[in-house]
Ligand binder design. Structure first.
Ligand code: MF3
Ligand code: CO
Ligand code: CO
Length: 296
């Protein structure tokens, strides 16, 4: 069913497929909101896994990471120097930690579509570096999304992200990239978070892909730990990441995983560099002076 139209190797979704993508992406976004409501110092990353796993099943979906190429858990949890693909376990979140939670939902549980979104949360009060890398990565995603439009090129997205990150004294991870998504978790194209404007594949209305910049305080290089999943910064400097799934449209894009409420312990802090594309609700709340403010 449904995957006939392509430009090169990249699928162009029909309106019916897009409706199904919206549903999967909305569930992933709601799951992330739920995580923000429950996250606290003293909790293990495995408790986050249980929250995500149970919520996903309760809503008639399947957590995409579970058994994906042998991944043993239902969500990725990546604290501090972990870049991505952290496996939930006995690690206890401590005051001052940052932690990325990366949710992918396959909905409905049969003949479904994948929706992929992640955010970095603050556990209690962060260091200056933790704040910087988190807010730079939040803004990088927003700038990447703003570069999406029918007729633009993938290099436009990468360049927007790289230019901002490096101007802020941070580095962009090269070893992992965004990706097409739909009936499969990872499909073409590869969406680089670095590059040059006017280069790379042209993007077309109906394409659906993720943008998920991983930004480091220190060097861009990564190392894979012995569990064959956990990716850390080689220099063990802090790393942060935000991710959305987007649909390319004629005018720009639709952020399919946009949140309908403020992400607690991330977008609600006073210094959060919230943008209009990821979470219109957070921007509206801030403009009304209604965003909960966490003391620095
Ligand atoms: N959600 C991740 C991404 O953004 C992929 C996780 S794969 C897993 O592409 F197996 F680690 F879950
Ligand atoms: Co992804
Ligand atoms: Co993801």
């Amino acid at each position: 069913m449904g995957s006939e139209a392509r430009v090169g190797s990249v699928e162009i979704m029909t309106p019916r497929m897009i409706d199904q993508m919206r549903a999967a992406c909305q569930l992933a976004a709601d799951t992330l909101l739920m995580v923000g409501e429950h996250l606290r110092a003293g909790m293990t990353t495995d408790e986050i896994n249980t929250l995500v796993h149970d919520y996903t099943l309760k809503h008639g979906a399947i957590p995409s990471p579970l058994n994906y190429h042998g991944f043993p858990k239902s969500v990725c949890t990546s604290p501090n120097e972990v870049v991505c693909h952290g496996i939930p376990g006995r690690y206890v979140l401590a005051n001052g930690d940052i932690v990325n939670v990366d949710v992918t939902s396959y909905y409905p549980a049969k003949n479904g579509y994948h929706g992929d979104t992640s955010a970095t949360f603050y556990v209690g009060t962060p260091s200056a570096d933790a704040r910087r890398v988190t807010e730079v990565s939040r803004r990088c995603l927003e700038l990447g999304i703003a570069a999406v439009k029918d007729g633009a090129r993938l290099g436009d997205i990468g360049a927007a992200i790289q230019e901002y990150a490096e101007a802020q004294g941070c580095s962009v991870v090269r070893d992992y990239v965004g990706h097409g998504i739909g009936r499969e978790f990872h499909t073409p194209p590869q969406v680089f978070h670095f590059g040059k404007r006017d280069s790379g594949k042209r993007i077309k209305a109906g394409m659906v892909f993720t943008i998920e910049p991983m930004i480091n305080v220190g060097d861009k290089d990564t190392e894979l730990l012995g569990d064959d999943w956990t990716v850390v910064t080689k220099d063990r400097s802090l790393s942060a990441q935000f991710e959305h799934t987007v649909l390319v449209t004629r005018e720009g894009c639709e952020v399919l995983t946009r949140r309908r409420a403020v992400l607690l312990q991330s977008e609600d802090v006073a210094w959060a560099d919230v943008g209009p594309l990821s979470c219109p609700a957070a921007v509206a709340a801030r403009e009304q002076g209604a965003a909960a403010v966490t003391a620095t």
